[in-house]
Design a binder for this molecule. Structure first.
Ligand code: PLP
Length: 391
């Protein structure tokens, strides 16, 4: 029997990145569309707040669920943007959405319980479930249904051991959203089964269409995970949060005390400034640029034969079907890396169903970088069609 840790799978994106590092020193710099990370700096007011906290030099543990002032600021932000009134004690600050997801799963799953996870989806979710001894159960979704699960699909997949379903909206890798009325129906049904709906809302504030509202507007029983990483260009600060249903606040606090002691102090002090009007304006500007970038890259790739089954509604990814160009998307990503110096994420990180035909492209890069990426891909495809498809 393999032990629990050995069941954890690699993140294939990392293999592409390692491959890029092995490129010859004289090769041109890579155009990376592989990692879900904005190119922008963290907004200056946030950095300034961190510097002040550093100068003050009293960097200590905090309450396990975070600094009061930050929890209040996060709660106030929901009031301002979603018109929902959340008491600050229901906000649990965590080391990124990653720690928030782990904490949430540790709170609601016991060893042997099942967690429903949509496919395609964020690959770490399955591994988080395995890490707490639970069993991730794949919930196939389809492009014709916007790559999101329906209530009926969840009802069919729900078995005697199922305890929770984890859905991202907007999702990674597809950018697809789930309508609030569907979220409400799923939440009510899941609660009627004594289970939990966990919503990953890390891309909520990065709408590429009309503004989006938190799933918390339709239910207080949802566990909602969020983060500063993407919205505020703060990936390296490792800070996020969970909005915790009242009934789970105690258990999540005890788990957080034991697992993490506290989220990082300096990042928390910095993040309080994320809610200042200046920082908000900068982050909103970043979001507007993601939209402009999407308008450069997505049609540019479509013109080169990449097919986009679902237009992303939020976040900064396109999940492309490249079956017209290759029958092995992993190999295609390797060749793109070696021969064109362009990095993309192979489908096998995100899906079992169409792993060979899909790739994820991440577009929060400057427009000249994206244009250069498109030029290189065009040249790569032209070379390939001259020498015959290397598949
Ligand atoms: C859907 C989703 N959830 C969670 C995370 C983890 O983010 P964080 O940096 O906040 O840990 C990511 C990161 O890419 C993501 O795409």
């Amino acid at each position: 029997m393999i032990n629990r840790a050995e069941a954890i799978r690699p993140f294939y994106v990392m293999e592409i990145m390692a491959r890029a590092q092995r490129r010859p020193a004289e090769a041109p710099e890579v155009v990376s569309m592989v990692v879900g990370e904005p190119d922008f700096p963290t907004p200056a007011p946030i950095v300034r707040a961190a510097r002040e906290a550093l100068d003050d030099n009293r960097i200590r543990y905090t309450h396990a669920l975070g600094l009061d002032e930050l929890r209040q600021a996060i709660a106030q932000d929901y009031q301002d943007r979603d018109q929902i009134n959340l008491p600050a004690h229901r906000i649990g600050v965590t080391a990124g959405a990653s720690a928030g997801l782990l904490l949430s799963l540790a709170a609601v799953l016991s060893p042997g319980d099942e967690l429903l996870v949509p496919d395609p989806g964020y690959p770490c979710n399955r591994q988080f479930a395995l890490a707490v001894g639970a069993i991730p159960k794949r919930l196939a979704t389809h492009a014709e249904h916007n790559y999101q699960p329906s209530l009926e699909a969840i009802q069919q997949a729900w078995g005697p051991k199922t305890r929770a379903v984890l859905i991202a909206s907007p999702a990674n890798p597809t950018g697809a959203i789930l309508e609030l009325k569907t979220i409400q129906a799923i939440s009510e049904w899941v609660r009627s089964k004594g289970g939990w709906l966990i919503m990953d809302e890390i891309y909520l504030r990065l709408s590429l269409q009309e503004p989006l509202y938190s799933a918390l507007t339709v239910s207080n029983d949802i566990i909602s995970v969020n983060s500063f990483s993407k919205t505020y260009s703060m990936t390296g600060w490792r800070l996020g949060w969970v909005v915790i249903p009242e009934a789970l606040v105690g258990v999540m606090e005890r788990l957080a005390q034991n697992l993490f002691i506290s989220p990082p102090f300096l990042s928390q002090k910095a993040a309080i400034a994320a809610f200042s009007p200046d920082a908000r304006a900068i982050a909103d500007g970043y979001r507007d640029q993601f939209l402009r970038q999407s308008k450069v890259l997505l049609p540019g790739l479509e013109a080169l034969g990449f097919r986009l089954p679902v237009q992303p509604a939020g976040g900064f990814y396109g999940f492309f079907d490249v079956s017209g160009l290759t029958d092995d998307s992993f190999r295609f990503c390797e060749e793109l890396c070696d021969q064109a110096g362009v990095l993309m994420a192979p489908g096998r990180d995100f899906t079992e169903d169409h792993a060979q035909s899909m790739i994820r492209v991440s577009f929060p890069k400057s427009e000249p970088v994206l244009q250069e990426g498109l030029r290189r891909i065009q040249a790569f495809l032209a070379r390939r069609s001259c020498i015959g498809r290397a598949v």
